[in-house]
Design a protein around this ligand. Structure first.
Ligand SMILES: *Cc1c(COP(=O)(O)O)cnc(C)c1O
Length: 378
């Protein structure tokens, strides 16, 4: 079945009893047992809940995985997956990483003995260079945040497989509509479902999808044991959002390309980072891996002094953190999403004080361009 069909019908056959098309919200902590030794399949909502189960089945189907897991946030999903690695094991991680994941690794996991090596995963050679026998996992963002570099996913996943290491892909930016990481050799896919999957800036949620039964069992153990599960109301909101994911992503990337082309031609802009532009270094690779380039655009201004002016005059774009919703957002990575990253690393990666990031929404692209044009012209 095409992913568009899976999405439109997300959860709509989950209630056999009444035939409700919209998945019922099972707002219950516990479930009555019919008799000693018998169960309806549910006993306590941390372990499983029917509304969350409908979402989790959908998540697994969208990525072609064996099981999906819904968490209270993207960070909770990522933290559960990093539990798979033990002290004195090494993971190789995309260097221009989501700021929250960087903080989780630096402040929580390395303190307990996990070794983390950050590398430019858009270069297979760089990954190979830092590969050592103690590498047990690779964690990839594709494209990266906020520089939108495109990882050499299939080659890295192949190297990992040959060495007995796991490949984990944070697919928050492209979503299963555009990229199917398991098909390209990944073992686990993680998401911040607060972004495109739910799509309306109204819920914080996370997801993990396992590519094998063994990994599913291990992730479920941590989900149930640590307990950062997604509640039934929020599970319903994510299911509701998923129904229009394909439509939203299509429109968002159409708008993103129009905005990127406009920015490229603007005299106040020194660089535009959008993988959909033919001269972007990751353009060809992403075209082979995915069916689209997504809705995220970063750009650098010639003059840093223009940043405060833009942030205060922009009207349609919201000056806010986050991404992937129907409303367009403008983020200042150096002070918002990447504030926890050391200054030297930030500047080496190109996350300068003149860099702005756009999450392009589903509004009229003419209005979005007009809004940017007014703000850029001072
Ligand atoms: C937002 C985000 C996260 C964290 O997800 P939360 O839902 O905010 O906890 C992880 N990875 C990426 C790429 C993100 O954009």
């Amino acid at each position: 079945m095409d992913i568009k069909t899976l999405l439109a019908q997300a959860g709509s056959r989950s209630d056999e009893k009444t035939g409700a098309l919209s998945t019922p919200i099972y707002q219950t902590a516990t479930f009555r047992h019919p008799a000693l030794g018998e169960s309806t399949g549910y006993d306590y909502s941390r372990s499983s809940n029917p509304t969350r189960a409908a979402l989790e089945e959908t998540l697994a189907a969208l990525d072609g995985g064996v099981a999906g897991f819904a968490f209270a946030s993207g960070m909770a999903a990522i933290a559960a997956v990093f539990q798979l690695f033990g002290p004195n094991e090494r993971v190789i991680v995309t260097e221009d990483l989501y700021g929250g994941t960087f903080r989780l690794l630096e402040k929580v996991f390395t303190a307990r003995g996990l070794e983390v090596t950050y590398v430019d995963t858009s270069s297979f050679e760089e990954v190979e260079k830092v590969w050592t026998p103690d590498v047990k996992g690779v964690f990839i963002e594709i494209p990266t945040n906020p520089m939108l570099k495109v990882a050499a996913l299939p080659r890295i996943a192949k190297l990992a497989k040959e060495s007995g290491a796991l490949t984990v892909v944070d697919n928050t930016f492209l979503t299963p509509v555009l990229l199917q990481p398991l098909e390209h050799g990944a073992d686990i896919v993680v998401y911040s479902a607060s972004k495109y999957l739910s799509g309306h800036n109204d819920v914080v949620a996370g997801a993990a999808v396992a590519g094998s039964d063994e990994l599913a069992e291990r992730i479920y153990f941590y989900q149930n044991t640590i307990g950062a599960v997604l509640g039934p109301q929020d599970s319903w909101l994510v299911l509701r959002g998923l129904k229009t994911l394909a439509l939203r992503v299509e429109r968002q990337q159409e708008n993103a390309l129009a905005v990127a082309k406009f920015l490229e031609s603007h005299p106040a802009v020194s660089r535009v980072y959008y993988p959909g532009l033919p001269d972007h270094p990751g353009h060809e690779r992403l075209r082979e891996l995915s069916t689209g380039f997504g809705g995220m655009v970063s750009f650098e201004l010639k003059d840093t002094a223009l940043v405060p002016h833009i942030l205060s005059t922009i009207k349609i774009f919201h000056f806010a953190e986050s991404l992937g919703g129907v409303e367009s957002l403008l983020t200042f990575p150096a002070e918002q999403t990447h504030a926890d990253m050391p200054t030297e690393l930030r500047s080496r990666l190109g996350i300068t004080d003149a860099l702005l990031r756009l999450s392009v929404g589903i509004e009229s692209s003419d209005d979005l361009i007009d809004d940017l044009s007014k703000a850029l012209n001072g």
